[in-house]
Write a protein of this length. Structure first.
Ligand code: BDR
Ligand code: CA
Length: 311
């Protein structure tokens, strides 16, 4: 089994991703670290605790950063994920508490020492916690097996600005640090996540076949579905579960290898830029950046089928 830490701004599609990862036989969840974005850090952590409790999972939840490294914080994207980050479904009193002694960054470092070269980080929110962990322990990268991110937009427009995707523009400095570190990164950007779409009929089906988890999914995704309807779409995109689909069945994706960096200021802030040979070797700002990977195509039907099977 692949040992993973999920780092999430626990909103609606993050919750779907956590459900997917816990249902799949190929993952061992080592921990869930939280960040801000879809919800405030407090709501994100509370949602994480609630999901773990509801699923009866025994994995630690560790609270992380509440603001980006350098840019000014933005309010949570409650118009996509609801005021509570979970589509405004009623979250009952949660008994599970986050670990209190470590920060998310410290937890990631600690676990990398317990499981050297075995741990995969799967950040599905802003990359703040991961950048903080690298800053706290520059040797971290050498102990991590790989990093599989949901984020970026390469050959398609962004979803926040014409060039920027939410997880990257939410903390562009953090993302630029993560892409420049000496570890293997695969990013699953909007290029593929917007090609996998779930419609109302699919949700009704999972609710019938699995009333417990499927019914819950149908309930908390209603707000997300309505947001997508307002955008003129007839279903919602599968952003955060996609890195897990990739980890489980990489053959469903086509990828490109490139050095990747992030624009940290100006009109194109948050843009993910891919540099290929020979420019990569020729330009000084790229020479030190290792080659990573982004996904650019997906077999949408098969990816969706796998997702719905897990649900
Ligand atoms: C990403 O932004 C967040 O709203 C989603 O949870 C996802 O991680 C998509 O751009
Ligand atoms: Ca997310």
């Amino acid at each position: 089994k692949e040992k993973i830490i999920i780092d999430a701004d626990v909103g609606i599609d993050d919750t779907m991703a956590i459900l997917y990862a816990s249902a799949s036989p190929v993952f061992e969840l080592i921990g869930l670290t939280t960040t801000f974005g879809n919800a405030s850090i407090e709501n994100s952590t509370r949602n994480a605790c609630y999901i773990i409790e509801r699923l009866g999972l025994d994995i630690p939840v560790v609270q992380g950063a509440s603001v980006p490294l350098i840019i000014a914080p933005e309010p949570p994207t409650d118009f996509v994920h609801g005021d509570n980050g979970l589509g405004n479904v009623i979250v009952p009193t949660v008994h599970k508490k986050p670990q209190s002694t470590l920060s998310a960054a410290q937890f990631i470092i600690e676990q990398s020492k317990l499981y050297p070269n075995e741990l995969t980080l799967v950040p599905i929110g802003r990359l703040t916690n991961i950048a903080l962990a690298l800053r706290l322990d520059p040797t971290l990268a050498s102990r991590i097996k790989r990093v599989v991110i949901m984020g970026g937009a390469f050959e398609v427009p962004g979803n926040v600005t014409p060039v920027a995707e939410a997880n990257i523009i939410g903390d562009p400095h953090a993302a630029d640090i993560v892409f420049q570190a000496d570890w293997d990164v695969v990013t699953i950007p909007l290029d593929v996540t917007t090609k996998i779409m779930v419609v109302e009929k699919d949700l009704a089906q999972v609710a019938i076949s699995n009333p417990l988890a499927g019914g819950f999914i149908k309930e908390f995704t209603q707000f997300y579905l309505d947001f997508h309807y307002e955008q003129g779409l007839n279903g919602f995109y599968i952003h955060d579960p996609s890195p897990f689909i990739y980890l489980e069945q990489p053959e469903l994706f086509s990828t490109k290898n490139a050095a990747i960096r992030v624009v940290t200021q100006g009109m194109a802030i948050g843009q993910t830029i891919a540099a290929f040979s020979p420019q990569r070797e020729r330009l000084p700002q790229w020479q030190h950046v290792k080659v990573n990977t982004y996904a650019n195509q997906v077999d949408s039907d098969k990816a969706k089928k796998l997702l719905l099977t897990r649900f």
